[in-house]
Design a protein around this ligand. Structure first.
Ligand SMILES: [Ca+2]
Length: 352
């Protein structure tokens, strides 16, 4: 069992339970996991994409915790089940409605007044708790079937990974070059696209093997990315999201994001769900749901109660992934020893 491998995780569940959609552990938002004690959480290394390069962070990629990565013990390596197809209404790549496109064009032309929206502020309910490798400086997270794709950052330590979400076992790791800082990733039309921070390039890879297929020049800082129908959405740490052509990653248009009528800065990790955009706000545990046409925040999830105790200041929430068949949201953070599965949709738990 996994419990022995994650000493301080509040509880754990078996991979079989997760894979079959069976019972999950009963963790709640008011019982956060505690500090892992991993030395990487206090090594003074450079942190997020906004933090100036730290010359001290040049070491070799830290290996995954051998107590976690033990395929002989706990990694059944269950393949994705091709019989599990997402329901028709659960496609995160759902195309944007043509009428909505017209509305967006009108908005861009300044011809439409955007009515105020009252932001729904709620706290998440945890329905599952799983291990997460504490060496992973998580920058991006997305499901590919029942397996997680994860991007990690830091120069000399960046990688893309294929992870068993139930056990936290890292099944495949593809390191990036030492001079490349991994950022967000997504899958579009069967291709994994991984951003780099300031290196001016996006890496295209096979999501199954993680092998690099090609590279696309990228004209901005890379932060978050998700696939929204026929376009790619990216963030760059500002209040502006970018819509991009999925093949060339050329900029199509920008979307100014506001909350209560004010710009919402530091948009970071992204996840596209049912035609809407979710974003983590860097340096906070806030996850916001964004209207893809108006840019207004519709819902704010305050996940501060599930941030593990004792994590470093830079070890913030930085991974959001939606499981399309379970229809639940998985979240983790940089070097967190835990990944949470959250009830979705979020409701009935107003923030105090
Ligand atoms: Ca994501």
């Amino acid at each position: 069992m996994l419990c022995a491998l994650t000493l301080l995780v509040a509880s754990c569940s078996s991979l079989d339970d997760f894979e079959t959609g069976g019972a999950r552990n009963g963790g709640t938002a008011d019982t956060p996991a505690t500090e892992s004690g991993d030395s990487n959480t206090s090594d003074g290394g450079s942190g997020d994409g906004n933090v100036p390069d730290d010359p001290s962070v040049t070491g070799e990629q830290a290996p995954d915790d051998p107590s976690i990565v033990d395929p002989g013990q706990i990694n059944p390596d269950v393949p994705d089940d091709p019989s599990i197809a997402p329901p028709a209404d659960a496609d995160p790549n759902a195309a944007v409605d043509p009428d909505a496109e017209d509305a967006a064009n009108a908005l861009e032309a300044g011809g439409v007044d955007i009515p105020d929206v009252e932001v729904l502020r709620i706290q998440p309910r945890v329905i599952g708790t799983y291990p997460h490798a504490t060496q992973a400086f998580t920058q991006g997270l997305e499901f590919d079937g029942n397996q997680l794709l994860e991007s990690t950052g830091l120069y000399g330590e960046s990688s893309r990974r294929r992870v068993n979400p139930g056990s936290g076992v890292v099944q495949i790791t593809q390191p990036l070059a030492a001079e490349e800082f991994g950022q967000g990733l997504t899958v579009h039309n069967g291709n994994l696209i991984q951003l780099t921070w300031k290196e001016g390039v996006a890496i295209v890879a096979d999501p199954a093997t993680l092998d690099e297929v090609s590279r696309i020049p990228y004209d901005a800082e890379g932060w978050g990315i998700c696939s929204l129908g026929d376009r790619i959405v990216t963030s760059d740490g500002t209040d502006q999201l970018q819509y991009r052509d999925p093949a060339s990653l050329q900029l199509i248009s920008t979307l100014a994001v506001t909350i209560d009528g004010e710009p919402l800065d530091r948009l970071n990790e992204l996840e596209c769900i049912d035609g809407l955009i979710w974003a983590n706000v860097w340096l906070t545990a806030d996850i916001v749901q964004i209207d893809p046409i108006t840019g207004q925040v519709l819902t704010l999830i305050d996940a501060s109660a599930i941030v593990p105790d004792g994590v470093g200041d830079e070890d913030v929430l930085n991974g959001i992934a939606f499981h399309r068949t379970a229809r639940t949201m998985f979240v983790t953070g940089k070097r967190w020893n835990v990944m949470y599965e959250l009830e979705y949709p979020f409701e009935d738990a107003p923030a105090s």
